[in-house]
Design a protein around this ligand. Structure first.
Ligand code: MTE
Length: 331
């Protein structure tokens, strides 16, 4: 979300504000040449697929309806499959939203293991078969609000993260959950680092974190598919986090490790630009990003803006998690 002129956006559409970069981030900014996370505005009309990329779409059997009631409004029509699978943020492959699908199309997410460790009674490494059977797979249609002020509605297939955590029996000292994406530059080409580490796009691997009560919340899921199909590489195959009341960057993709810890873990974007991206990253129309307002968003496919809702419209479900917190301080 650091910026320089993006290759895929017109210069007139890039925010003009001067940015402060730490020395390290200034160097890294050069490598983020195609990033639009930094601009705060992403325009679908700039996204022109070069040609149809043929991807291996596999149906998931026995998907159950959501086990919990989901607050969706009449105007929350799910985005179409093509939008969701070809307009992506996944910097391990490309900093261009329309470039991720092509750059990731040969990524093979099998075999795969997910290790869950740290402050738990029963650390365990799960393979994909075990993960797919951990709990009935449910369809969870959620709004997703990117910190850049665009949004989508996505019919995920997944199961509550709590189901994994229950299996490993967290200790009472486990107060946070840390997540880590695969680090494998052979398979994720943008993870390449020069020997001096000057030109890495981000400090890999991508890491994220939640407080334990956020992680155990029934809305928090691990997604393995969308639109009834196995997750494609561009969307974080084979397994990714989805926390619908937080900005999209919390939804870490292609996870290989979960660690229960007793301290707030480091998270990728809050360490890249701490004044811009917080640990909590709860969607909040009243707390602006330093370079743009978060009061409105543009749903991909729409031409007009709509108001952004507190906690992305999930306030009734999750507001109590933050009742004693100043949301401006803990943004
Ligand atoms: N996870 C990893 N590992 N790498 C990333 O670059 N981008 C994040 C998040 N998860 C990202 C990631 C951001 S900024 C967003 S908005 C969402 O993924 C986008 O998810 P989508 O491409 O499936 O819509």
């Amino acid at each position: 979300m650091l910026t320089k002129k993006a290759d895929d956006i017109k210069s007139s559409e890039i925010t003009e504000e001067k940015l402060y970069f730490s020395r390290r981030n200034f160097i890294r900014a050069g490598a983020l040449a195609a990033s639009t996370l930094a601009t705060g505005f992403a325009y679908r009309q700039l996204f022109i697929p070069e040609q149809k990329i043929v991807l291996n779409e596999q149906e998931i059997p026995n998907i159950q309806p959501s086990s919990i009631k989901l607050p969706l409004a009449n105007n929350d029509k799910p985005n179409d499959f093509t939008d969701i699978t070809s307009y992506n943020n996944f910097y391990e492959f490309s900093t261009s939203k329309s470039g991720v699908v092509r750059a990731s199309k040969n990524f093979v997410a099998r075999p795969w293991t997910l290790t869950v460790e740290g402050l738990v009674n029963k650390p365990k490494t799960f393979d994909l078969d075990e993960l797919f059977k951990i709990s009935p797979l449910e369809e969870r249609t959620y709004r997703m609000r990117c910190v850049e002020a665009w949004s989508m509605v996505i019919p995920w297939v997944g199961f509550p993260l709590a189901k994994i955590l229950e299996k490993v029996e967290p200790l009472s000292t486990a107060s946070y959950v840390a997540f880590e994406t695969l680090y494998d530059p052979e398979r994720m080409p943008n993870q390449y680092k020069s020997p001096a580490s000057l030109f890495s796009v981000l400090d890999w691997p991508y890491v994220e974190g939640l407080r334990i009560d956020e992680a155990m919340h029934p809305l928090t899921i691990m997604a393995v598919g969308l639109y009834g199909k196995i997750l494609l590489p561009a969307n974080g195959a084979p397994i990714r986090l989805v926390v619908p009341w937080k900005y999209g960057f919390k939804n870490i993709k292609s996870i290989v490790k979960i660690k229960l810890v007793d301290h707030q873990p480091r998270t990728t974007w809050s360490s890249e630009a701490p004044s811009e991206y917080g640990f909590y990253a709860n969607v909040n129309p009243e707390v602006s990003h330093p370079r743009w307002s978060q009061a409105e968003e543009r749903r991909i496919g729409d031409f007009t803006y709509r108001p952004t809702l507190l906690f992305n419209g999930y306030a009734e479900q999750v507001g109590n998690l933050y009742s004693k917190m100043d949301l401006r301080t803990f943004f």
